[in-house]
Design a protein around this ligand. Structure first.
Ligand code: TMP
Length: 211
């Protein structure tokens, strides 16, 4: 049974940690799996990621930024995700279209309907089956994100450097999206400890995957 699961949240929300826990869990119960991320997930997409996340590129126009995320997604979905789903795999994706609504829409203030329109035109409006939104205060998320970056050599820090207000709008945007689609988007309290969150995530999986 194929299943498309995405993880969302502000910087430092802990989604990568939870993806790692879920990956180990699904591997233990022998489920065919693809773990991937956006922007990125393909050779072309990883090049786009470098452009988007380097703080050297702080002059990217918001509209150009939006289109680059959309370009990375089209490539990713057509090259990788759709065939994995067709093969019956479970796809775990670190961010997807909700991130564009939250960051470019609510964060940057680009027109939400326009963003939806790009998605429906380029991606036939594909939605994940299930989305985990790790929610936490922006101050806490950014503290964690900056700490993590101290140990990184390739600095993907263009977004971390945005003002606090930007991150607050992104967080609020995600919460609005979750309220509109509560069956798909599950809000989790990102302040809870890793293991508790992992158990909560498992409890929301379809029955056959709950172990
Ligand atoms: P990551 O740090 O979680 O890998 O995400 C990369 C950054 O890209 C993060 O700051 C959020 C941003 N982003 C957008 O602004 N729009 C999008 O559509 C996606 C997928 C990510």
């Amino acid at each position: 049974m194929s299943l498309f699961i995405t993880f969302e949240g502000i910087e430092g929300c802990g989604k990568t940690t939870q993806i790692n826990h879920l990956t180990s869990y699904l591997e233990r119960i022998h489920k065919p799996l693809l773990v991937t991320r956006e922007p990125g997930g393909t050779e072309v997409g990883e090049k786009i990621r470098q452009i988007l996340l380097s703080s050297e590129n702080d002059r990217i126009d918001p509209m150009a930024e939006l289109l680059l995320y959309a370009a990375s997604r089209v490539q990713h979905y057509r090259e990788v995700i759709s065939s994995a789903l067709a093969q019956g795999k479970i796809v775990l994706c670190d961010r997807f279209a909700d991130a564009t609504l939250a960051y470019q829409g609510y964060g940057r203030g680009l027109d939400l309907e326009w963003i939806e329109k790009i998605h429906s035109q380029t991606m036939a409006n594909v939605r994940p089956n299930l989305t985990f939104l790790l929610d936490l205060p922006v101050e806490e998320g950014l503290k964690r994100a900056f700490k993590r970056m101290e140990n990184q050599t390739n600095k993907e820090d263009r977004f971390e450097k945005e003002a606090l207000d930007f991150h607050r709008r992104v967080r609020e945007g995600y919460l609005v999206l979750a309220k509109r689609d509560p069956k798909r988007i599950i809000i989790l309290d990102g302040l809870k400890d890793e293991q508790t969150l992992h158990r909560e995530i498992i409890s929301h999986l379809p029955e056959g995957l709950r172990g």
